[in-house]
Write a protein that binds this ligand. Structure first.
Ligand SMILES: [Zn+2]
Ligand SMILES: [Zn+2]
Length: 244
């Protein structure tokens, strides 16, 4: 599997960058995890929009879904031009799909994410686990037919479920919204120390810190995580690629 970071900022994008968005490619399958602000522009550096198979949205906060509505229009135009023949499948984790503002069901097929279900796309499978967050929010596990596995946390506070869900993963892409000194500021997000602790307890192969804050020195986040987790830790950045 090829993993590409399209956007890694929490809350809002820095200049020419994006909030949450991650491209997963395996054989001919192309899947986007989250589609926050700035993602649609950046995504086109790596994939033709008509080739995108499916999008998974972990929750309804704007930094994870904002560009999805522009992607609906892109799909409409691509289908009208004959460049794309099938609607785009979108899986969304929320309690009430009527809260979504999609306008064209003939171009975008919206499915609820079912925590009990497995979604197969090409030779990959996708499963889900509920997080602690201000709104209903899930983590996503991507498993390849070669037995490799990546977990993307979406937004979460510290909880046992993300530890269990991430156990034994090859790569854990984990939000790190806060520095340790901010612990307790918002229980729906993680400090870097908590991210390192989760990675260690889950015995993941490597940790990628993402959903990064707009202040401070991000190297401090790595230091704080590394006091718990002694395997490889990297900061997500726009264009970061990983083969899993
Ligand atoms: Zn977020
Ligand atoms: Zn959120």
């Amino acid at each position: 599997m090829e993993f590409t970071v399209i956007g890694h900022w929490g809350a809002y994008p820095e200049t020419n960058e994006a909030t949450s968005g991650y491209l997963i490619e395996h054989k001919s399958s192309k899947v986007l995890l989250d589609c926050g602000s700035g993602v649609l522009s950046g995504l086109q550096n790596y994939v033709m929009l008509e080739d995108l198979d499916t999008v998974f949205i972990t929750h309804l906060h704007a930094d994870h879904i904002a560009d999805m509505y522009s992607l609906e229009f892109a799909t409409l135009i691509l289908m009208q031009m004959g460049k794309r023949t099938t609607p785009l499948d979108i899986y969304v984790y929320c309690k009430d799909l009527t809260k979504l503002d999609f306008c064209y069901p003939e171009y975008v097929k919206v499915h609820p994410i079912d925590l009990q279900a497995t979604v197969a796309i090409g030779d990959m499978t996708f499963t889900f686990s509920e997080n602690i967050h201000d709104v209903p929010s899930c983590a996503v596990k991507v498993s390849s037919s070669e037995g490799k596995c990546l977990v993307y946390s979406g937004d979460t506070g510290y909880c046992q479920s993300i530890i269990e869900f991430s156990r034994g993963s090859d790569v854990l892409v984990l939000e790190s919204s806060f520095y340790n000194v901010q612990k307790g500021l918002n229980n729906g997000h993680l400090t870097a120390g908590e991210a390192g602790d989760i990675a260690a307890l889950a015995q993941t192969g490597q940790l990628i810190l993402t959903h990064l804050p707009h202040y401070g020195d991000h190297n401090q986040l790595v230091m704080e995580a590394s006091s718990h987790f002694d395997r490889q830790i990297q900061l997500a950045y726009c264009g970061m690629k990983l083969t899993i």
